[in-house]
Write a protein that binds this ligand. Sequence first.
Ligand SMILES: Cc1cc2nc3c(=O)[nH]c(=O)nc-3n(C[C@H](O)[C@H](O)[C@H](O)COP(=O)(O)OP(=O)(O)OC[C@H]3O[C@@H](n4cnc5c(N)ncnc54)[C@H](O)[C@@H]3O)c2cc1C
Length: 499
Amino acid sequence: MVESIERAICKNARIRSLDGWYYRIDKKSLDARKEPIVNRFRVSLQQEPFEDQPTFTPRVENTDDTAIVVGFGPAGMFAALQLLESGIKPIVIERGKPVKERRRDLVDIFRKQHVHIDSNYCFGEGGAGTFSDGKLYTRSKKRGEIKQVLQTFVNHGAPDNILYEAHPHIGTNKLPEIVSDIRETILTAGGEVRFNTKLTGIEIDNGEVVAVETNNGRIATKQVILATGHSARDVFELLHKQEIVIEAKPFALGVRIEHQQKLIDQIQYKCKTRGAYLPPASYSLVHQVNGRGVFSFCMCPGGIIAPAMTASDEVVVNGWSPSKRNGEFANSGFVVEIRPEDWNQFGRQNPLAAMEFQAAVEKKAFVAGGSNLQAPAQRVGDYVKKRVSTSLAETSYIPGVESVDLRQVLPQVVHSRIGPAIQHFGKRLKGYNSNEAMLVGVESRTSSPVRIPRDKITLQHPDIVGLYPCGEGAGYAGGIMSAALDGIACAKAIAQIIS
Ligand SMILES: Cc1cc2nc3c(=O)[nH]c(=O)nc-3n(C[C@H](O)[C@H](O)[C@H](O)COP(=O)(O)OP(=O)(O)OC[C@H]3O[C@@H](n4cnc5c(N)ncnc54)[C@H](O)[C@@H]3O)c2cc1C
């Protein structure tokens, strides 16, 4: 591959050889729209070495300036790095455990049908991003900071192709070590990370933060970055109880759809077998049904459907794939927009109504699956024909699946749109709606069902000086990259006040 790239560079630049030249791949994308399928590269070529990409240079120095970062997901992690860069000591509190111990707790989901409430696919070192797929796409235009985040991942062990791939991806097998390596950088630079430490209250005096309360005691502080993710329901309840203004927020809910990866390759590459230089194929689909968006979400080629619940009495699915994406299956979220009129039954003025709507569907899925963390499932063709599957196709979801009528589990606003959308997508991708494909429920943690308001400039809660709602849980990010960028933004906002 390298040789053919270098040959192409010489040909395009009309030079004989690369002796005395330096090149850098700036972008690589796959064009599979027509035959032949081609990899396109954008390359910079010059006669001096390239400067290093921007990265963090956390300062090691004694400082009295501190800020509390609640949550060590991508938002909290990059907030901590940026605080250090600005000479402020971050004290990170994280309810979960370091990656190694967290991994052991995940095994209990499969072996004992038990979900540890503070250590699971969503909670623990690295947050929901650790055992995720590690796709690093974002619609953000903050090019400099995006490069900085990508370079930071590379400096901590990610492959350097994430710097130029059009759709960069790290993979679940690589993320845990990267995350713990970033923690080491934070500690070496003078930050603190306290695991098994859960936020239980925010002490406010006269409209200003004065301390946080945790299961391990009180910590005095004037600045708190609240980056607790979309699954920390107890945090949303805590804020509501403390009469801190929060609001219900639209999100999306549905199922995971799973196919054989071979089928998706055949559809997308229009060939029997994928060529050696082609990555496992993916797709991105969107359609309107009765005025609502129905769309694919977080597609994982060669991946696994993961049990992403945070309690033992609910079923939530998500997906991940290893760096090589070499698994047998391709899975993707298949979700429908949820709007305020859907959660009215939980109270028009109730800021937790969207969350309660979401939780009710997850509990229903738990019961339908047999109350043992198995997920309710149905073959795609059977779903469309409105019949319960008499047998299920194999799936990658390890806790197992139970054949049910998914219409009995999903809210009407969702289940009435899934059938028409499947048929529509089946016309665009021939075979997508085959009866060998499976629907596995429920995909409900697509984004936060709550927004914590904040001022656009200061990024502080409008009523509370020193409280910085941050990341996906607060409603300002959707994915690893945007959460990381939001963490950086909140840390910079604090630095402006402290300096
Ligand atoms: C299986 C799976 C696959 C995914 N795949 C992708 C992907 O490929 N690409 C992508 O962009 N996104 C993916 N996501 C989503 C992505 O992980 C999240 O968008 C991202 O992690 C959000 O970052 P965050 O820092 O805002 O919150 P989180 O990552 O959720 O982190 C919040 C942290 O806060 C901690 N916390 C919660 N409550 C408290 C408390 N009371 N006290 C102390 N700590 C607390 C939690 O333990 C957690 O560690 C995936 C998610 C899952 C579950």
